[in-house]
Design a protein. Structure first.
Length: 316
């Protein structure tokens, strides 16, 4: 039996399937169904970010299920909120798709979106559905600082310690396996399909005095480069402090790739990287990997990294 499509069901049927029966947190004062949502902002400030995933560029349906894609769309936005030292509270999702898209695909996306939002106690409060030539998912995330100051890219100071929380290189390893049509290392494939940002550690780092913070979306060196540039400092990463694992190492050997390159330049892990004052105690769960100095740029073991430093949307 052929699956019903979005074009056959119509816009409002698809939206109803995405929103009916869903539970909203107390912070959602007006949820889906009105002209706009109303979300409580107890702090008096709202942290906001947005990101977009385009089929064929950021995901492939032959590599990931619709549910996994939905979770990834929420995770990458939630990681940005966490990197500001805030807690995600609500998401707005805009979806573009061809009329021929099966409802099983949009239903799967919906399940993934709501499931990942629930991980941090948030929900989908609104969005849009339009016709497009390919599947496009645009997410806006809102967050609450809960009285804390936002942790900016521009706050790193000479003498600070650089630390990370979360796994590095695993998404890059999973992507490389998929591109090579290898089905081994399910842990790496899962890491690429559904990242697991350490959401709660953003506020923890802020409370511990983090001076700057970012999520690792483009690659560790690339994202630390944003901190170095915004703060007017240099950052040196110690390769010995970066810890891979047996699974990552085995995949790197199998594919003839340098594991360190995945750790330093692999994107979409959505781990958190932050700088802390040199005399501060790095929070539990964080690993010190480098130092902040005078000058500019990012080095590895005191030397410039040779090769790509990470993802560039319009790079070659």
């Amino acid at each position: 039996m052929r699956d019903e499509t979005v074009g056959e069901a119509g816009e409002f049927t698809v939206i109803d399937r995405a929103t009916q029966g869903r539970v909203q947190p107390a912070t959602t004062l007006v949820g889906p169904g009105d002209d706009a949502a109303v979300v409580a902002a107890p702090d008096g400030r709202v942290v906001a970010t947005t990101d977009m995933l385009v089929e064929g560029k950021h995901f492939r349906l032959e590599w990931s299920t619709p549910e996994q894609i939905g979770r990834k769309a929420i995770a990458q936005n939630g990681a940005d909120i966490a990197a500001m030292g805030a807690r995600p509270t609500a998401y707005l999702v805009a979806l573009g798709c061809p009329p021929s898209t099966p409802l099983t695909v949009t239903d799967g996306l919906t399940e993934g979106l709501w499931a990942e939002a629930a991980v941090v106690g948030a929900a989908i409060v609104g969005g849009d559905l339009v016709e497009s030539d390919q599947l496009v998912i645009s997410v806006m995330a809102l967050g609450d600082l809960e009285g804390r100051s936002p942790v900016l890219l521009s706050g790193a100071r000479v003498g600070d310690v650089v630390a990370v929380c979360g796994r590095l290189g695993r998404s890059a390893g999973g992507l490389a396996l998929l591109a090579a049509d290898r089905d081994g290392a399910p842990e790496l494939l899962a890491a690429h399909r559904v990242p697991m940002p350490p959401y709660s550690q953003g506020p923890v780092a802020a409370g511990a005095g983090a001076t700057a913070m970012t999520d690792v979306s483009d690659g560790l060196l690339a994202d630390l480069g944003h901190i170095a540039s915004a703060s007017g400092v240099s950052i040196d990463v110690s390769s010995a402090a970066l810890t891979g694992d047996a699974v990552l190492n085995s995949a790197a050997v199998d594919l003839g790739v340098d594991e360190l390159a995945w750790l330093l330049t692999g994107g979409e892990d959505h781990a958190l990287a932050a700088t802390f004052p040199g005399d501060a105690v790095v929070p539990e769960g964080w690993v010190a990997i480098g130092t902040v100095g005078e000058g500019g740029g990012v080095t590895v073991d005191g030397k410039e990294w040779q090769g790509s430093v990470g993802w560039r949307s319009f790079g070659k």
